[in-house]
Design a protein around this ligand. Structure first.
Ligand code: AMP
Length: 280
């Protein structure tokens, strides 16, 4: 695995990959890598000749300075982890390499960015889209591998690729969970043991929705959301939002449409923000 920190060097490598007609899968991350990221790397390797992973904690997508300061970082372990997953190039630019003085451009994907996460984290998706587009320009992958754990992010990036006629195939990887159901997340490392136990109410609530839809035929969003609120509330966890939305437009829907629906949840536990979702 080659570790690259300079954009210029990465561009030289990309030129050579193009010259030799190799397909490239790109996995953008913010480090503190876990098995969920590992799954993305595996999917990258399965789908292309070469897998490039980036590790960049993108300050522009944090609307809360404390959150950025506390975000878990483990660069040495991340390199070993990526190497063990057969990654070919590990791109870890410094902040001022990505955003030199005078950097002005930002990318905004309209109303999709202002709802849900965007409502609670203003400017978040502008930061995400700006960094992802910049990374795509540097790496010029044939495939972009992202997790469905961040469902809204996935929809927005997919929309950006379409709007900007970018010929990149997006691969969505289902959420990887711990054995007890908690969705793997870099932020889980910040949870106390007690809060981690409490966090299990999120996957429990999503499971309950599946049960109600599949076994009891309940499709009415209001009823399903009530079940979520009660599962989260009884666990003593602060619910930021729970929504049932069309999986493409992210607009709330009155009734679940099987095959076309996301159920999205965001909570706060002991100051840590966690999100999760399920597709129905
Ligand atoms: P992050 O480092 O949190 O920005 O995540 C980098 C990529 O990994 C994103 O595409 C995430 O959606 C994806 N990801 C994070 N957690 C998981 C998970 N538990 N399962 C699958 N993909 C994940």
């Amino acid at each position: 695995m080659q570790v690259v920190t300079s954009i210029k060097k990465m561009q030289d490598i990309v030129r050579e990959l193009k010259r030799t007609q190799q397909t490239v899968a790109f996995v953008p991350t913010m480090g503190a890598l876990h098995k969920g990221h590992g799954r993305l790397m595996e999917r990258g390797k399965q789908n292309a000749d070469v897998c490039v992973v980036s590790n960049f904690v993108n300050a522009k997508q944090f609307n809360d300075a404390e959150d950025l300061k506390n975000y878990p970082r483990n660069p040495e372990r991340d390199k070993e982890f990526s190497e063990a997953h057969d990654v070919d190039y590990y791109f870890a630019p410094a902040d001022d390499e990505m955003y030199p003085p005078g950097f002005l451009t930002s990318v905004n994907v309209g109303f999709l960015s202002s709802r849900l996460e965007g409502e609670f984290r203003p400017g978040h998706f502008r930061g995400v889209c700006t960094v992802v587009l910049k990374l795509l320009h540097i790496i010029q992958p044939t495939h972009l591998v992202m997790g469905l754990k961040d469902a809204q992010q996935f929809v927005i990036i997919q929309h950006m690729l379409t709007d900007l006629c970018m010929d990149i195939k997006m691969i969505g990887v289902p959420t990887m969970r711990d054995r007890d159901g908690l969705a793997l997340s870099s932020r889980n490392a910040l949870l106390s043991d007690e809060d981690r136990q409490k966090a299990l109410c999120i996957s429990r609530a999503l499971k309950r929705v599946h049960f109600l839809v599949k076994k009891q035929g309940i499709l009415h969003s209001g009823e399903l959301l009530q079940a979520i609120r009660s599962a989260i509330g009884t666990a003593g966890v602060e619910l930021e939002y729970a929504e049932i939305v069309n999986k493409t437009t992210l607009e709330p829907i009155d009734h679940v449409v099987r095959g076309g629906t996301f159920v999205l949840i965001a909570v706060r536990i002991g100051g840590i923000r966690l999100i999760d979702n399920t597709r129905i």
